[in-house]
Design a protein around this ligand. Structure first.
Ligand code: WTA
Length: 645
């Protein structure tokens, strides 16, 4: 494996950076040697506590009883808003850029505080109490931040559902967390599309009898169906309450939110993050990884429906008193220059996006980028999937004009915050590598038996010590929590990713080693898509695998066996694709469906996905061990019918 070129960090960034390479190394060593002392200091420095903790850390990954900041009390909303008011009342907390370039808004910390207090009182008026779960299904508008922080303020647990999910997916998430109230908007706007959010909620709620209240933000002038006993307009409710609302003291172990994400089996898992550890971790990582300085304008293009939106649009930036930009629209609307124009419009200093977005905009040609100045930029971030070295170079050279640091940040919904990333000023950059672990993070790369592999050898990425941002559990399912993350390599957190570590200690994350796909950075379980296919009663069996895609990173390839009496044809194909979109959402749209008379199975009846993956990718040189195959002819047949050649 050849080593990548090392890029020096631009001098202007080194001069201002919070830390140097030597300081990083020293601090990193200390964070592993004495985690309690280290994290105690950080928690003190980064978070305002109502009551100090009695012990920084108890428990371990062997007994799975990890607790951070035991008996400490704090409030996440207080840390994001109230504590900044003396100094920043008139500083913008949120800059909102609408889908249409003519629409925008700025909301100061004082204004945001007032709106959050009001909405917290609206929630209380509708009987939402500490510990209750609140479902949020919203477009990228300031009200989504208000709703989330209002929950945090009163100790309610938000469960944000990405606005691209279907009614079925919303329903599953509402039922799993037993939410009694839903916050939504009448419609969402993205590019040329109108997203029927309220209609989707209506459809989902047919099967959710416990939901008694729906609060609706009026984003467009279009009318929607209205259930008089259940539905309330946000703007009307807001006028009925006061702007006074105290922050609820929360125990460090009290839940802050649930966020559903796909796993390798079954339905999405409700990842539960707790208040203390999470707030310490996102606040600290935000400051060091984005090298945030006072008054800088920060923009993360993620959707709040994903963890990146939670940790690095809302909690991390606001807890640091930053100005966070929220963009409602799409990168190519009205033109592919939109992102770069927004950067110039607001003099954005720190920009965080996904490899998929970068690849898509790179394809449109440099002219869209070069029509803008981007001279305010210092830090460029990427997240969600591996970034190809040539795409990294384009980001660095063309978007960043060789003047910015690119931070390739590796993390997961479960990890709460970034675990592996360069630190501007401290880490020499290698394009395509997430580089070094953050403070307190001790990764290892191991073989199937848990033994460390040699330098530059591919293996499974595990994390061997607890860190404060880690999920506490899977909501309502501790057994699944243990099975998913701690069964494979007992005593260690299993990430599900493959990686290698080079001779300079740089981590190179290759991708998932379980049955989880990353399509345009969206995390999708093969099992979810297969289950969606199986809900079409013409389908006997389904197997889904990823195939590489130039822009999306991966796309979905499905092998479908129809029931005996059904004849395959293109209309059925389209119906099946539609079925998956209806059940999960457009992000799970399969790109390929190959009809399969049968699927390759082991003699014990297990589908051999590894083989299917190779057939789908047209990677036939070495099919690996096929001795356990029940019927080798099945494979021959599938190879003949493969769609990619
Ligand atoms: C992948 C997103 C390579 C990885 C924050 C991980 C990455 C999964 C990177 C988690 C990166 C995330 N380089 N791969 N910089 N960042 N991933 O839960 O496979 O949506 O396990 O969280 O994304 O996806 P999730």
């Amino acid at each position: 494996m050849t080593d990548a070129k090392i890029h020096p960090v631009p001098a202007n960034i080194v001069q201002r950076a919070h830390i140097t390479e030597t300081q990083y190394k020293e601090m990193y060593a200390r964070s592993l040697k004495d985690p309690e002392a280290f994290w105690g200091e950080q928690a003190q420095k980064f978070i305002s506590w109502i009551k100090p903790w009695e012990k920084v850390l108890t428990g371990d990954f062997k007994n799975l009883n990890v607790q951070w900041f035991v008996n400490g009390q704090l409030n996440a909303c207080y840390n994001c808003i109230d504590r900044h008011l003396p100094k920043r009342a008139n500083q913008p907390a949120i800059i909102w850029e609408g889908n249409d370039p003519s629409e925008s808004a700025t909301i100061t910390y004082a204004q945001l505080h007032q709106q959050i207090c009001r909405f917290a009182n609206v929630l209380k008026k509708h009987n939402v109490k500490k510990g209750d779960r609140v479902s949020i299904y919203m477009p990228m508008v300031p009200e989504v931040v208000i709703a989330m922080l209002a929950c945090a303020r009163i100790g309610a647990v938000h469960s944000v559902v990405f606005a691209g999910f279907s009614p079925d997916a919303i329903k599953d998430r509402i039922l799993d967390a037993d939410c009694r109230i839903v916050i939504t908007a009448n419609e969402g706007l993205r590019g040329n599309k109108i997203i029927p959010l309220k209609n989707n909620v209506d459809a989902a709620l047919v099967d959710c009898p416990n939901v008694k209240t729906v609060i609706v933000v009026k984003r467009t002038e279009n009318t929607v169906d209205w259930n008089k006993t259940r539905d309330r307009w946000y703007h009307e409710e807001m006028t009925t309450v006061s702007t006074e609302c105290p922050c609820e003291p929360m125990d460090a172990q009290d839940p802050l939110y649930i966020l559903y994400t796909s796993g390798s089996t079954g339905k999405p898992k409700g990842i539960l993050h707790v208040t203390g550890g999470y707030m310490v971790y996102v606040t600290m990582t935000y400051r060091y990884i984005f090298d945030y300085h006072e008054r800088e304008i920060y923009w993360c293009t993620a959707d709040v429906g994903w963890v990146t939106g939670h940790s690095y649009i809302i909690y991390g930036p606001l807890s640091n008193g930053a100005t966070t930009l929220i963009f409602e629209g799409a990168p190519n609307y009205p033109t592919p220059a939109r992102y770069w124009e927004i950067i110039d419009k607001y003099s954005v200093n720190i920009f965080y996006t996904s490899p998929t977005a970068i690849r898509a905009l790179r394809r449109e040609g440099d002219v869209w980028v070069k029509s803008t100045s981007r001279k305010s930029l210092r830090i460029l971030g990427t997240v969600g999937e591996p970034i190809n070295p040539e795409v990294w170079e384009w980001y660095y050279q063309v978007v960043g004009n060789n003047q910015c640091v690119v931070v390739d940040t590796w993390w997961q919904t479960e990890t709460g915050g970034i675990l592996i990333s360069p630190l501007p000023g401290a880490t020499p950059l290698k394009g395509g590598s997430a580089s070094w672990p953050f403070f307190g993070i001790k990764p290892a790369i191991v073989d199937d038996h848990g033994q460390p592999v040699a330098i530059n050898t591919l293996g499974k990425l595990i994390i061997t010590q607890p860190w404060p941002g880690i999920l506490q559990t899977i909501y309502g399912n501790r057994e699944r929590f243990i099975n998913a993350y701690f069964n494979e390599f007992p005593g260690n957190y299993f990430t599900g990713d493959d990686a290698r570590c080079d001779e300079h200690g740089y981590f190179w994350i290759v991708g998932r080693n379980d049955d989880v796909l990353k399509v345009s950075g969206h995390r999708i379980g093969t099992a979810e898509v297969e289950n969606a296919f199986l809900q079409a009663n013409i389908v006997a069996e389904a197997a889904v695998v990823p195939v590489p895609h130039d822009i999306k990173g991966e796309s979905i390839y499905a092998f479908i066996t129809l029931k005996p009496t059904i004849k395959a044809n293109d209309t059925l194909k389209n119906e099946l694709i539609q079925k998956v979109r209806d059940i999960i959402g457009a992000i799970a749209t399969p790109d390929y469906i190959q009809w399969a008379d049968a699927l390759p199975k082991t003699r014990s009846g297990k589908i051999m996905r590894r083989l299917l993956r190779k057939i789908a990718c047209n990677d036939l040189a070495d099919l690996g061990d096929t001795t356990t195959l029940d019927d080798p002819k099945v494979v021959e047949h599938l190879i003949q019918g493969r769609l990619l050649r």
